[in-house]
Design a protein. Structure first.
Ligand code: BGP
Length: 473
């Protein structure tokens, strides 16, 4: 592993900060999302409705406890910490002229605290949230105006923190929205609420294009502010395997991957790939993008590919028993060779090595694993300890495969940040009891608890991993 390998943890502002209406912050799209329950999806409400529980409002109150938490990250030996900047702390409504100084100061203080311990901040500009005002007034990324709102927000923070932050990412898991069957993804990725009967896919591609243009614009602005900035994209890579060597299954898997490749192809190569242009043509989608937009895409390619990896999936191109339509996929089927978590996420460490190789071969750019982790219910033993061996096991297996990709295959990996290094509100379900952390937070799904922090067994394990640069797992 590189000497300067960036070991650390990852979170997102809305999932841990809380303080949703403090310091002049505006209402974020995630502030109107209720808590879901195991199996029951979160709801998007129109504003704050009495009687509902909104888990992101307080989250784990990192807003006022970040010093204590960063001290624990430092104790684990973090080299970096990935978080996002809440757009609404900087521009409460998203379309105003003046930035909110109190919000800017909050992140100045937060970054100073990290730098005090030599922890490199890694910043996502848009992690599944935006000012709710932009959703209501402009329809989110349906609207071309969003490109400039986002660019202004990005330029403001890139200017302000140019001497504190080197690593940036534009849109978190930008490709998630390609699954138009989930209202959650279109809402969080692009601020879109689909209307009855509309062609969701067409709307999604248009919004995605505006986001990709916005991202490229920001990459260019950032490099102009500071040529040393490392600006990446952030993809959710879930490798899709063919169910068998039947050519129809193999082709189906390749086609299924295009919805992932499309986003990173544009980010990394600066051009809209031919397979997607052909697809739009076949569907009769006449999307709004100009020659000038294409120039921006070309000029704003990313320096590295950041991605999350949690699981793999399997599709078949034929009517195989047990297969069924699932989201964006024609036919999905459970992989009989791997186990799944309680939430159905198929655990596949080898898939990480496979992904690192395929992505590196495709783009020849440094890769950054910015999310990987195991969501589970933890139990506090009578002696007060939390024996999360299952989490250690999951992380260990994945780090082993990452090392193979680096040491045996020659893939250039910059770093690894474990998702939810401290327990946070789950994005998908809004539960706090779907935990990923090395640090336990005393709070349950109903919002009860003291918010006290407690180290889990995995805390000391990860500390050792970092101290030995991944030698001792
Ligand atoms: C990714 C998101 C994160 C995060 C993680 C775990 O998709 O980038 O925000 O939450 O998944 O998902 P969940 O919280 O639903 O378990």
């Amino acid at each position: 592993m590189r000497e300067d390998f960036l070991w650390g943890g990852a979170v997102a502002a809305h999932q841990l900060e809380g303080g949703w209406n403090k310091g002049g912050k505006g209402m974020s799209s995630t502030d109107v999302m209720t808590a879901g329950r195991h199996g029951v999806p979160r709801q998007i409400t129109d504003g704050i409705v009495d009687g509902y529980y909104y888990p992101n409002h307080e989250a784990i109150d990192f807003y006022s406890r970040y010093k204590e938490d960063i001290q624990l990250f430092a104790e684990m030996g973090f080299k970096c910490f990935r978080t996002s900047i809440a757009w609404t702390r900087i521009f409460p409504n998203g379309d105003e002229e003046q930035a909110n100084e109190e919000g800017l100061q909050f992140y100045d203080d937060l970054f100073d605290e990290l730098l005090k311990y030599n922890i490199e901040p890694v910043i996502t500009l848009s992690h599944f949230e935006m000012p709710y005002h932009l959703v209501k007034t402009y329809g989110g990324f349906r609207n071309r105006k969003m490109i400039d709102f986002f660019a202004k927000f990005a330029e403001t923070v890139m200017n302000r923190y140019q001497h504190k932050i080197k690593y940036w990412m534009t849109f978190n898991e930008i490709n998630n929205q390609s699954d138009t069957s989930h209202d959650l993804f279109s809402f969080t990725n692009s601020g879109i609420l689909y209307q009855e009967g509309e062609n969701r896919e067409k709307t999604m591609y248009q919004a995605a294009l505006y986001e990709l243009i916005a991202s490229a614009k920001v990459a260019k602005i950032g490099h102009d502010i500071n040529p040393d900035f490392q600006i990446g994209c952030m993809m959710a890579y879930v490798p899709i395997y063919p169910y068998s060597c039947h050519p129809d299954d193999v082709m189906e898997a390749s086609v299924a991957m295009r919805n992932r490749w499309f986003f990173s192809d544009v980010h990394a190569r600066g051009a809209i790939p031919s397979y997607i242009k052909k697809y739009w043509e076949r569907q009769g989608y006449h999307l709004d993008y100009t020659k000038e937009d294409e120039d921006i895409l070309r000029q704003g390619t990313v320096d590295y590919i950041g991605f999350s990896y949690y699981m793999s999936g399997v599709v078949c191109g034929r009517d195989v028993e047990g297969s069924q339509p699932y989201g964006e996929f024609k036919r999905m089927i459970r992989n009989p060779h791997v186990k799944a978590s309680e939430w159905g996420w198929q655990i596949d460490p080898v898939g990480l090595r496979y992904t690192l190789n395929t992505v590196y071969e495709r783009y020849q750019k440094p890769l950054f694993i910015v999310e990987n982790g195991f969501g589970a219910r933890d139990v506090i033993e009578e002696d007060g300890t939390i024996q999360d061996d299952y989490r250690i096991h999951y992380l260990k297996q994945h780090i082993v495969e990452m090392k193979k990709a680096v040491e045996l295959d020659g893939v250039d990996v910059m770093g690894y940040t474990a998702w939810g290094c401290i327990d946070v509100v789950s994005f998908g379900t809004g539960e706090l009891e779907k935990r990923y952390g090395f640090i336990y937070v005393d709070k349950d799904n109903e919002g009860n608890g003291t918010l006290a922090r407690r180290k889990k067994k995995s805390f000391a394990w990860y500390q050792r991993v970092i101290a030995t640069n991944g030698e001792e797992l």
